[in-house]
Design a protein around this ligand. Structure first.
Ligand code: ADP
Ligand code: ZN
Length: 719
């Protein structure tokens, strides 16, 4: 359909101005120096008034796409979000950067909601988060009474029945376009498929939207798959992971509540700071666990897949799947929660014979067995992949990658294969001789020549293959049987106690003499360590010591500020502090993630730690509040902004400046007063030579500035 009402795109010089304005805000409010791919395009498109659909993977940087234009435009940006926890996190993170943001939702008492509405009508909110249900209620009032600068729909796939997370409340969002025909709407999601994508645009009635689609690759996530580890071995694997990341958060996903609880108890018994989350817990207990983990007090979250939606924590360093997920979308979303800050993060996927049995059973019962079996099969294919795992993942999402990634287990350690025909025949013949009535455990016991009451009672010790495979470890046998299942040599009869049956293809192989390749199981990469109680590891190098000290300081500050640790500074910011090791405030300002607000609020505390770890005196010279104000002013932060960030009155800041000016410590006056303000003060001074001057001038200019102007005048005449 031709666009009957094309939106005017900004002209080139306008665009250059907007670009530099956007960049300045990025520096000031977020402490970042450049945009990631697409962010800038989305921002400019939105400033030009256009609708858009933004597809970026988790951690891709979607939030900035609507936050920056909201800051640039007059009025308030409305953000629709499905999850209250997510809204609250985002608002906290914004406020922690000095941005006036708020949320309205039904879990807040009406008094606070009303208070926020008042601030909204007074134009004091730049970003408002709201649930779709609530939006419906408010919208009529807003379209007349407040200036809406843009509307962002987060998790926009929730509007589509094709997506994997349809939410009926989202369908009401279709009315937004008619209520706000002139306001740009931005739909954001990390769900990639084309069907959902087009449906989003249609359901929201977007007017000739532009689609912004970035790569779904997350190169900082390492990918690893382990098969057929016993539960003890998997526990060791988790412990080893924790030991590799002694100060960092991680998630263990397991399939059932019982498994999650077992892991939680084992980790706790080993002395690790574990948290627990599953749908069977009381909501209050669950929320508390989540809070403890998000804030950094607990280190490892043991959870079912019920956990994680709306978790915004940027410094999750690892994810372990104790069991195979049921499809690749879920898997990618779950591992995607790690490493949102772009720093390396580790992921391990475990899969087991028992997982396959259970998941196939689930798929059978799911009501959509064909679809779900197909999805499961793709998941298994991935786990079994003998080619670069990232290539395989991206191809699943419709992207082509023309090189191996170098950051997955297949790339770093290609699987070794051997002719397993003898082993296969051994197993197949045992299964047949046992009448195809037994599950994998019994089959393996027979192959390994084990004794047992049931085994003997059923006469299995008498069959020809009894003990023929005693050289092969139990876990390895499990691995081979899993491979045989995947290759279609055997199948599982769920309705007969999960008995193994030989397929027609299996019978064919049983009588063939062609080599049949099996992958050699990999079970040796586990570190020891689960036996002992966790101790604080001693950091060895100065950088490691510094990082540990900075993380400890961050936790302390976070507690005091009632913030999660990553909201004070991201891991990436701490990492840069270690790499650059700034020892002056100006150098610290250059670190990524150092917004003005954070510099003013926490800068000197971190600087002291950085200096102390270098063996320098904690403060470079004089540590007075006045000299700190001068340092901030020297970096181009205005007195009013400093007052806002410190949460003090402007008179306090101007007071420091007045003193410094009188004492001859500061003379770069244009940083603290405009020429106009100064001339106006002088004018008023002539009119009011007495104390009325202060009263009159304060009416026009911020508190404390008129007094400072007099100090400047005095200095200038003295010169
Ligand atoms: P998404 O919503 O797409 O999952 P976020 O908006 O939460 O992703 O961003 C993920 C992380 O990337 C955040 O920690 C954010 O601060 C960081 N980030 C986003 N844009 C930039 C940028 N231009 N430069 C540096 N870091 C960025
Ligand atoms: Zn690879």
């Amino acid at each position: 359909m031709p666009d009957s009402n094309p939106k005017p795109e900004p002209t080139a010089p306008q665009e250059a101005t907007l670009r530099s304005q956007a960049l300045a805000l990025l520096r000031r409010f977020y402490g970042f120096t450049s945009f990631r791919s697409m962010q800038e395009d989305v921002i400019l498109h939105t400033l030009g008034g256009g609708d858009s659909v933004v597809l970026m993977p988790t951690g891709g940087g979607k939030s900035l796409c609507y936050q920056i234009p909201s800051l640039m435009k007059e009025g308030c940006g409305i953000v629709v979000s499905p999850l209250i926890a997510l809204m609250n996190d985002q608002v906290q993170a914004l406020v922690a950067n000095g941005i006036p943001a708020a949320a309205i939702h039904s879990c807040q008492d009406e008094a606070s909601n009303r208070q926020i509405a008042d601030r909204l009508f007074a134009g004091q909110v730049k970003l408002l988060y709201i649930s779709p249900e609530r939006l419906q209620q408010e919208v009529a009032r807003w379209s007349t009474d407040i200036k809406v600068s843009l509307i962002a729909i987060d998790e926009a796939h929730c509007i589509s029945r094709w997506g994997h997370d349809f939410r009926p409340a989202y369908t009401q969002l279709a009315m937004l376009k008619s209520h706000f025909p002139r306001v740009p709407i931005m739909a954001l999601t990390a769900t990639a498929d084309a069907l959902t994508r087009d449906d989003i645009a249609q359901q929201l009635r977007l007017s000739s939207p532009r689609f912004f689609i970035t790569s779904f690759d997350r190169p900082n996530l390492s990918l690893k798959v382990c098969s057929s580890l016993s539960s003890k071995e998997r526990l060791k694997q988790i412990a080893a992971m924790i030991e590799r990341h002694p100060h960092d958060a991680g998630i263990v996903y397991a399939m059932t509540r019982r498994e999650v609880e077992t892991i939680y108890r084992s980790l706790t018994a080993l002395g690790y700071r574990a948290a627990l989350y599953h749908a069977g817990m009381a909501p209050a207990a669950r929320d508390e666990m989540q809070r403890l983990w998000v804030s950094g007090e607990k280190q490892v979250m043991c959870a079912t897949v019920a956990f994680g939606m709306g978790i915004d924590k940027s410094n999750i360093r690892w994810v372990i799947h104790n069991n195979l997920p049921s499809n690749i979308e879920s898997y990618y979303q779950e591992i995607g929660r790690a490493g949102r800050d772009g720093l390396p993060a580790e992921t391990i996927l475990n899969y087991n014979f028992a997982d396959l049995v259970t998941l196939r059973h689930f798929a059978d019962e799911s009501g959509m067995p064909e679809l779900n079996h197909e999805k499961l099969q793709r998941m298994i294919d991935f786990a079994e992949a003998k080619i670069c795992r990232r290539r395989m993942l991206l191809s699943y999402f419709g992207e082509v990658m023309d090189h191996d990634c170098g950051n997955c287990d297949v790339c770093s350690n290609p699987p070794e294969r051997f002719d397993g025909l003898m082993l296969i025949k051994m197993a197949l013949s045992a299964i047949i001789r046992m009448g195809e009535k037994e599950g994998h455990k019994m089959v393996i016991d027979v192959l390994r020549g084990m004794s047992g009451a049931q085994l003997t009672a059923r006469g299995y010790h008498l069959i020809k293959t009894y003990g023929a495979g005693r050289e092969v470890a139990f876990g390895d046998w499990k691995d081979y049987l899993t491979q045989m299942l995947q290759m279609g040599l055997v199948e599982v009869a769920y309705n007969e106690g999960n008995a193994l049956k030989v397929t027609p293809y299996g019978r064919q192989v049983l009588f063939s003499s062609e080599p049949f390749l099996l992958a050699r199981p990999r079970r040796q990469h586990l570190m020891r360590g689960a036996k002992r109680v966790a101790v604080e590891p001693v950091a060895s190098s100065p950088s490691e010591r510094l990082l540990a000290a900075l993380k400890a300081l961050r936790s302390k500050v976070a507690k005091k500020e009632h913030l999660a640790d990553y909201m004070v500074f991201s891991d990436r910011t701490l990492q840069q502090m270690v790499e650059r090791w700034p020892v002056a405030i100006k150098e610290l300002y250059g670190v990524e993630g150092m917004s003005n607000h954070k510099l003013v609020r926490y800068g000197f505390a971190f600087l002291q730690e950085l200096r102390a770890q270098r063996g320098l005196p904690k403060d470079s010279d004089d540590a007075s509040a006045t000299s700190r104000v001068l340092a901030f002013v020297g970096l181009g932060i205005t007195p009013l902004e400093i007052a806002g960030h410190q949460g003090v009155k402007s008179t306090t800041i101007y007071g420091h400046l007045t003193r410094a000016i009188t004492d001859g410590l500061f003379d770069d006056f244009k940083l603290v007063i405009t020429r106009q303000q100064y001339l106006r003060c002088m004018q008023l001074r002539q009119l009011f030579p007495g104390p009325e001057y202060y009263i009159e001038a304060e009416k026009e200019m911020p508190g404390g500035l008129p007094r400072m102007a007099l100090a400047i005048a005095e200095r200038l005449t003295r010169k």
